[in-house]
Design a protein around this ligand. Structure first.
Ligand code: B1M
Length: 227
């Protein structure tokens, strides 16, 4: 029998959100991502392990198949929906931990970019680490970030991009934020982004994943020192 992690990954790949969903056809009544995440947590698995070995493992397979033209946008969207449902089921395990308040973290996906799974994950895990997260959503123009920073002086900003084309908007967005709030701490992340690119465009730092973002913020914004 496949491990609960393999079952979660397979459900993400197939888009099997929960027991009520009939995707794939004929699967109604069988556990989906939501039930399997609860099973894994109930069995004592950590939320980090469920995320890494279940949800993200499934999405990686989808990404590989998408790149190889084995699946197409409709299938990817169905998987993304299952992934979102899984993150929703996992959220209380991350955010329910008592943590000291760290400040305000404004996050959004940059202009032209519709990918939000990674952004949502970073926001959720930072919330669990004590940050008050303000999520601006997807396809955010620079002025959405500047307005958010002006409303919340001292906040930290996180920019996410998943496309080599949209990551270029990070440069303008950072310039616009710094024009009105020069000292703003700005993190960038997303699959095509690198530390070298972050430095080139004037970001305060690059984080490859949510854990790296927490570690970076601990260095850049010591507890009690901001927002
Ligand atoms: Co798109 N897509 N997609 N897609 N998609 C990719 C990114 C792609 C790599 C697929 C591929 O070809 N292999 C490719 C980009 C190629 C490139 O630019 N180099 C691609 C493409 C081409 C496209 C379209 C152009 C396809 C088309 O229309 N022909 C189109 C663009 C739409 C647009 O944005 N304008 C498109 C559309 C879509 C869907 C809408 C179908 C869907 C998005 C649904 C959604 O997000 N609600 C989708 C998906 C799901 C993917 C893949 C398969 C999965 C992305 C994902 O959610 N990964 C992706 C292939 C892949 O990644 N393997 C792909 C899981 C997520 C947890 O990881 O987002 O990387 P990720 O986030 C990570 C880190 O990057 C980091 O932490 C997260 C957790 O570890 N991180 C940060 C992210 N943001 C951060 C911010 C931080 C710190 C860390 O600080 C602020």
């Amino acid at each position: 029998m496949a491990s609960v992690f393999d079952q979660i990954a397979a459900c993400v790949e197939q888009g099997k959100t929960d027991a009520a969903t009939n995707i794939p056809a004929g699967s109604r009544g069988q556990p989906g991502v939501v039930e399997l995440v609860a099973t894994a947590l109930g069995a004592g698995e950590s939320p980090e392990a469920v995320l890494k070995h279940g949800l993200l493992a499934g999405m990686q397979v989808v990404g590989r198949k998408f790149a190889a033209n084995e699946v197409f946008i409709p299938e990817v969207l169905i998987s993304a929906r299952a992934m979102r449902a899984g993150l929703g089921a996992l959220r209380p395990a991350f955010t329910g931990r008592p943590m000291p308040q760290r400040g305000v973290f404004v996050i959004g996906t940059v202009r032209g970019d519709m990918h939000d799974i990674g952004k949502n994950l970073v926001g959720m895990i930072l919330e669990g680490a004590g940050w008050q997260v303000v999520d601006l959503g997807i396809d955010c123009a620079a002025d959405a970030f500047t307005a958010a920073v002006q409303q919340r002086p001292g906040c930290v900003v996180g920019l996410s991009a998943l496309l080599t084309t949209t990551m270029l908007h990070m440069r303008d967005t950072i310039a616009a934020i710094r024009a009105s709030s020069p000292d703003t701490v700005i993190l960038v992340g997303g699959a095509p982004v690198s530390a070298a690119f972050a430095e080139e465009i004037g970001a305060s730092g690059y984080a490859a994943d949510p854990v790296a973002a927490i570690e970076l913020l601990d260095r850049l914004v010591p507890a009690g020192g901001h927002a």
